[in-house]
Design a protein around this ligand. Structure first.
Ligand code: GAR
Length: 192
C-alpha cells in the first residue's frame, strides 16, 4: 500500500521586520511537503507585511479583541488547513485556546538562552540590553514549544554566541539574528 505523506501547512506569526519569516519562506520555497501558507500579523505597518506581499503569501491581520477574547482566529486557521504555527518575532502571548487547538504544533524563537532573559516584556532589544547590562559573556537563541506562559514551553534547540566587551544591543542583535537565520528553518524541518 502506498503511504501518502501529509503536507505540513505552516502559518508564520510575526509582528516586526520579518527577517526570520523571509529566511523560512526562502528555505521552504521548493519543498514538496512543507508549505508556508499564511503570514499572521498584528501590525499592518510591520515589515513582514511587505514580505508577505512580495512573496505572494496570504496575510491575516489580526485584531486584539478577536485574538484574546474571541476564538483567537482558530476557525480561520483551521479553514485554511494550517497544521503548524511558527512564531518568528511575534509579540503577543498565545491564548490558551490556541495552544489547545494546536498541541505541540506551535513553536517560538527567542533571542536569548532561556530560561534566562525570558518572560513578559523580554523581547528584541530589551533582551540584548539586559544581557549586556548583566555582563554576560555568552548569549544565544532558544527555539521552544509554546504553552500559555511566555517563553516557558519545552526547549527544542539552543545555539550560543559570544557577548563581546564592545557589544551594543544593536551589534549583539545582529549576531543573534545571524544565528537565527542559520538555524530556525532547519529546526522547523527537523521537527514537523
Ligand atoms: C528575533 O530576534 C526574535 O528572536 C525576537 O524578535 C526578533 C524578530 O526579528 N523575538 C522575541 O523577542 C520574542 N520574545 P525579525 O522580525 O527580523 O524576524
Amino acid at each position: 500500500m502506498i503511504e501518502m505523506k501529509k503536507t505540513i501547512q505552516i502559518a508564520i506569526f510575526a509582528s516586526g521586520a520579518g527577517s526570520n519569516a523571509k529566511k523560512i519562506i526562502d528555505y521552504f520555497k521548493n519543498s514538496e511537503c512543507i508549505k508556508i501558507r499564511l503570514i499572521v500579523c498584528n501590525n499592518p505597518k510591520a515589515g513582514v507585511v511587505d514580505i508577505a506581499f512580495q512573496e505572494d503569501i496570504p496575510i491575516l491581520l489580526i485584531e486584539r479583541g478577536h485574538f484574546f477574547r474571541g476564538d483567537a482566529y482558530i476557525s480561520t486557521l483551521k479553514e485554511k488547513e494550517i497544521n503548524f504555527i511558527v512564531l518568528a518575532g511575534f509579540l503577543w502571548k498565545i491564548p490558551q485556546s490556541l495552544v489547545a487547538a494546536y498541541p505541540n504544533k506551535i513553536i517560538n524563537i527567542h533571542p536569548a538562552l532561556l530560561p534566562k532573559y525570558g518572560g513578559k516584556g523580554m523581547y528584541g532589544h530589551f533582551v540584548h540590553e539586559s544581557v549586556i547590562a548583566n555582563g554576560e559573556k555568552e548569549s544565544g537563541i532558544t527555539i521552544h514549544y509554546v504553552n500559555e506562559y511566555f517563553d516557558e514551553g519545552s526547549p527544542i534547540f539552543q545555539a550560543t554566541c559570544p557577548v563581546l566587551p564592545t557589544d551594543t544591543p544593536d551589534t549583539l542583535a545582529a549576531r543573534i539574528h545571524e544565528l537565527e537565520h542559520i538555524h530556525f528553518a532547519k529546526v522547523i524541518e527537523s521537527i514537523v
